[in-house]
Design a protein around this ligand. Structure first.
Ligand SMILES: Cc1cc2nc3c(=O)[nH]c(=O)nc-3n(C[C@H](O)[C@H](O)[C@H](O)COP(=O)(O)O)c2cc1C
Length: 310
């Protein structure tokens, strides 16, 4: 067995590298450029009950240390995803993770009910994108521990036995507190984290460089912040006796970025912006991790998870 093989919430992955939600299309789009078999898993873009056109352009801008985006959850909507896209994803040679988004609990429950159904058997895990504004309160659904717990508990019931990751929003000051609330409410694992609230202003036009005033920052700029979040979330969960797996995401471009996440406590590692920069990166990351595991004299990468020594 490969030294980088792992297991996420009971689902075997051939390696820990996951194409991050929204950066690989629905799954088939990235497979046109990078063979799906290079990834341990691919996460779909977030699906909402109704189709969404997304935000006006520009939705993405390049910055010196990463990317600022305000996509606005553009997607086909649940029915068309299940009828037109999902059947074509069943042949991808990797694990598929279905991402769910919405603006109220009912939205998530509707998508989770469909994703828990036999017709969606090719989605082996589900990830909740909780970085969405709640239409009732205007606050992010994932920014208040009680609201997050209510959301996760409702989805847990709708989803049945399928493993559920909750992808935390890093804008909140107590991300570990949100992690604990999510796990107590039924999350099987956590993804840490989504993009970071950010702005970029063109001084000549005095306007935003994207179609909205603010967006989400990703790429190398966020990497050290995300590594600390993974470390802190893992430590707080362990202290509470809630040792669930964590997917570390933020700024991975190289094997050593991924290895940092492993040592901080991540069972698997997402890559988003890095896929736009270099489609060859997934292969380099996985090969680099294999050599690193051997250099560390470990039997497998799982033995290095949380192996950071202060
Ligand atoms: C263009 C773009 C689209 C994204 N769409 C989604 C999405 O649909 N759902 C989601 O949970 N995260 C989405 N994300 C966030 C990524 O999955 C990831 O958490 C973030 O980009 C940080 O990782 P990175 O630095 O490797 O890009 C998106 C990010 C980008 C750059």
């Amino acid at each position: 067995m490969s030294v980088v093989a792992t297991n996420l919430c009971g689902i075997p992955l051939r390696n820990p590298l996951i194409a991050a939600a929204g950066t690989a299309g629905y799954g088939a789009e990235i497979a046109d450029v990078v063979p799906a078999s290079r990834f341990g898993a691919i996460t779909t873009k977030s699906i909402t009950p109704e189709s969404r056109a997304g935000n006006p352009p520009w939705r993405v801008t390049d910055l010196p240390a990463g990317m600022l985006n305000a996509i606005g959850l553009a997607n086909l909507g649940l029915d068309r995803f299940v009828d037109e896209v999902l059947p074509g994803l069943a042949d991808l040679d990797t694990v598929l993770i279905g991402s769910i988004a919405g603006h109220c609990i009912d939205d998530y429950v509707e998508v989770a009910t469909a994703f828990g159904d036999d017709a969606a058997a090719s989605l082996r895990l589900v990830e909740l994108n909780v970085s969405c504004p709640n239409t009732a309160t205007g606050r992010l659904l994932g920014s208040d521990p009680d609201a997050l717990a209510a959301l996760v508990a409702a989805v847990r019931e709708a989803l049945g036995a399928k493993p559920m990751l909750v992808k935390l929003s890093p804008g909140d000051s107590d991300v570990a507190g949100l992690a604990i609330a999510a796990v107590r409410a039924g999350a099987d694992g956590l993804t840490v984290a989504n993009t970071y609230p950010a702005m970029s202003i063109d001084p000549e036009t005095r306007r935003s460089r994207i179609g909205r005033a603010a967006g989400g920052m990703s790429g190398p700029a966020v990497h050290p912040i995300a590594v600390k979040l993974v470390h802190d979330v893992r430590a707080r969960l362990a202290a509470e006796g809630l040792p669930v797996p964590i997917v570390g995401i933020g700024g991975v471009q190289s094997w050593s970025d991924a290895a940092e996440f492993t040592l901080a406590g991540a069972t698997a590692v997402g890559m988003g912006t890095g896929l736009f920069v270099d489609p060859g990166a997934p292969r380099r990351v996985v090969r680099g991790l294999e050599k690193w595991v051997l250099r560390q004299d470990a039997a497998g990468i799982d033995d290095l998870v949380g192996g950071f020594e202060p």
